[in-house]
Design a protein around this ligand. Sequence first.
Ligand SMILES: Nc1nc2c(ncn2[C@@H]2O[C@H](COP(=O)(O)OP(=O)(O)OP(=O)(O)O)[C@@H](O)[C@H]2O)c(=O)[nH]1
Length: 387
Amino acid sequence: MFRFLKEKFFGGAKPPAPVAPPADDAPAAPAAPPTEPAPAAATVPVAPPAPPAAPAAAADTVPVPATPGASPEPSPDASAATRQGWLTRLRDGLRKTGSALTAVFAGARIDDALYEELETALLLADAGTQATQHLLSDLQRRVKAAGATDAAQVRTLLADALTEWLAPLQKPLEVGAQADGPTVWMVAGVNGAGKTTTIGKLTWHLAQHGATVLLAAADTFRAAAREQLGTWAERNGVDIVAQEGGDPAAVAFDAVSAGRARGKDVVIVDTAGRLPTQLHLMEELRKVKRVVAKAQAGAPHEVLLVIDGNTGQNALAQVKAFDAALQLTGLIVTKLDGTAKGGVLCAIAQWAREQRRTLPVYFIGVGERLEDLQPFDAREFAQALLA
Ligand SMILES: Nc1nc2c(ncn2[C@@H]2O[C@H](COP(=O)(O)OP(=O)(O)OP(=O)(O)O)[C@@H](O)[C@H]2O)c(=O)[nH]1
């Protein structure tokens, strides 16, 4: 799920309860013992350490994990059965996007009509014109090189072409690279993209690996958003810093400071949903980012945009706009289930290539359950799409 870089995580062993902040050269860091709540006024410490078991089935809207794979002990590697379960869900989730593509191959011969139908299917899946053109010419080259003679072979070769095209988006999200403080992630996106539920799911996975997490509810306007994050905090037994009204940047600052004081491994800053056209709100996001850097040099270590896969090419427009404001370091694509526009990942890969940079898709979501959010794997994705 993550790439853990601190010794405490190696072997998946549960860390000793209090984790002392590493000796560092940052004199500004508060010296409070890690288990003590920091005295920040805005702080709402939530329940102490998580029960090791998967979250209890709380009666709210957030689904809890199904039992398979939800081992009470942290386990760095999902079991084969859990992995298989994910692949099935991925295939099911991507069915709407994939079925139009696979239909092209049903009984087809390898001719111009096949490539034309594939072109249409890729465009309808919101892969974008340039990525579609690239994929088709790459596929034709592969077909020729392999001397493929039937449509089933072409389908396999398309999976190879897709895998190669999407591979630059694949990268594990790192935890613990920082010598002197928590790993800090800032999460942004338009309203309803899935930010808060994604943070909740990531927190659950982190807690399962023994990582200590602090959440920052930097949506100071919407009580429901804070409550939603609070539910996840409670469920995972992690602290939350929240505040009604006021400046989201101040909440983020308090949270990162508290995360340092308490020796947390990860601080995740949830921000209010906004449209890129709401310029004052985009400026507010920039301020959150700046202020987080004041609380801890080098933070935020990731600026993550959550995009709703349902929105297809519009999601790409969001990536461009949020990137211009925040210099994104990664993406999380939710709701790939129930959409026929999952090809947007190809368009994102195209855009990143044009920018000559990597913009990883750290996770994808294909459902509302905890285990429906998993790291993006280019080959798995391509194969599930064309299954
Ligand atoms: N089907 C499906 N639903 C998802 C997925 N990820 C999130 N959701 C749902 O999307 C809805 C919105 O999620 P939130 O986490 O509240 O979105 P948000 O971005 O925090 O929303 P705001 O705080 O209003 O900006 C919830 O009902 C989630 O359960 C997914 O991968 N698939």
